[in-house]
Design a protein. Structure first.
Length: 404
């Protein structure tokens, strides 16, 4: 039984749908060109109409991707110190009739552009620095009156955390997001799920020192704060680490924007012009080690690699449907295909997981070679099977693969 069969069986998927998903995921990786209904029909025995029908059916994406993470952990290819990262990615879409088209920020061009937006939650292993996307959700282009996109994002995180298997959920140390998510509504929503939050602050963030002295003798409530933080004076901070290029300070401060105490870590370094710059990281867990906060936040960047591979090789941008359910099916299938290709190479890797280098290009070329060889063997007027011929054509299947 292959890893895909094991995972699909573990989520209790119906046999017919599981058979379709197993065929689809293998075909998704193998076919060249755009991944759309027409191209899927050209390389399989199903019609375009059949694919449209299957893409509208619900799939337990969180359960499937969670099963993949568990399989990799059991094989020793992923550790058990996990964080959940959330990030968004723009997906271009022509026309104005597709649901969800709106103005979304694109960091590449530095402005909001008309597109679709994918919100994705991923599980990231702190030991091996491997990221597995768990669930992708479309961000609505227009919101109901009084609603905000922050509420949409935090609802996504809460739903994904609630859908994870209890054992896997217990391994998550915190949720991590970039500076955009540092908002009270989002942070409070994460804490409601019993998880800490690690994020980044603006360099000019409004922070206050906590007052630790005795009673002042003045009337009124006891004094709570000891002045606003000045990032030119670190006399009230604790020095954590220092070397030739970087100095790290930490302190427990009060954030008026978040309305809570947070552990703040300030990293001082020199920019390209030799001037001192600083970055501010924080955690709602006041006991988290300062250097671990920085490491945890920077591990969030591992989410970007599945986005890149899915866009370049797995057709993340190719969906031709105008149905919201089908669009999300397409996105999650592209991300899952990328994760399965990575898992296949990771399981075959003989060294330690930290030394693993993934090539989606090689995975796609090898999958196409397998598909092409199967079609030729099935067309021969002989009693041959692909498995019987595999030892004879093994080298041919690796044709063009860089790391063969």
């Amino acid at each position: 039984m292959t890893i895909v069969e094991q995972i699909l069986a573990s989520v209790g998927m119906r046999k017919r749908q599981a058979s379709f998903m197993e065929m689809l995921l293998g075909l998704w990786l193998a076919i060249p060109g755009r991944i759309n209904y027409a191209n899927l029909e050209r390389f399989s025995d199903l019609s375009e109409r059949s694919y449209r029908s299957w893409f509208d059916k619900p799939v337990e994406w969180v359960g499937i991707n969670s099963g993949l993470v568990v399989q990799l952990q059991e094989q020793g290819k992923m550790g058990k110190r996990l964080i959940m990262g959330i990030d968004t990615s723009n997906v271009s879409k022509s026309g104005k009739c597709t649901p969800g088209v709106g103005k979304f920020w694109d960091s590449k061009v530095g402005k909001a552009i008309s597109s679709l937006e994918l919100s994705c939650c991923s599980l990231i292993d702190l030991e091996t620095q491997q990221a597995i996307p768990v669930h992708g959700l479309q961000t609505p282009g227009e919101l109901a009156e009084g609603a905000s996109r922050v509420e949409h994002y935090v609802g996504h995180v809460q739903d994904v955390v609630g859908s994870l298997p209890p054992d896997l959920r217990g391994l998550i140390e915190c949720v991590v997001g970039d500076a955009w998510y540092t908002k009270k509504t989002f942070v409070d929503g994460v804490l409601q799920r019993g998880l800490a939050y690690v994020g980044k602050l603006r360099t000019d963030a409004n922070l206050k020192y906590l007052y630790s002295g005795g009673p002042t003798g003045k009337p009124g409530r006891p004094r709570l704060f000891d002045g606003k933080v000045d990032f030119q004076d670190f006399s009230k901070w604790t020095l954590v680490a220092q070397d030739e290029s970087t100095t790290v300070y930490s302190a427990i401060l009060y954030s008026p924007a978040l309305r809570r105490k947070i552990r703040v870590v300030c990293e001082l370094s020199l920019d390209s012009k030799g001037k001192t710059k600083h970055e501010l990281f924080f955690s709602t867990n006041l006991d988290m080690a300062p250097l671990h906060i920085i490491t945890t936040y920077r591990s969030r960047f591992q989410m970007e690699f599945p986005f890149r591979d899915a866009k370049q090789f797995a057709g993340l941008m190719d969906c031709q449907s105008r149905q919201k359910a089908a669009i999300e099916f397409h996105w999650n299938a592209a991300l899952l295909t990328t994760s399965l290709a990575k898992a296949d190479q990771l399981l075959a890797h003989q060294g330690i997981p930290q030394d693993f280098v993934f090539s989606m290009e090689d995975a796609k070329r090898k999958a196409f070679n397998h598909l092409f060889a199967q079609r030729i063997i099935h067309a021969l007027p002989l009693d041959l099977t692909f498995d019987n011929c595999l030892p004879l054509i093994h080298n041919a299947l690796n044709l063009g693969v860089k790391a063969a």
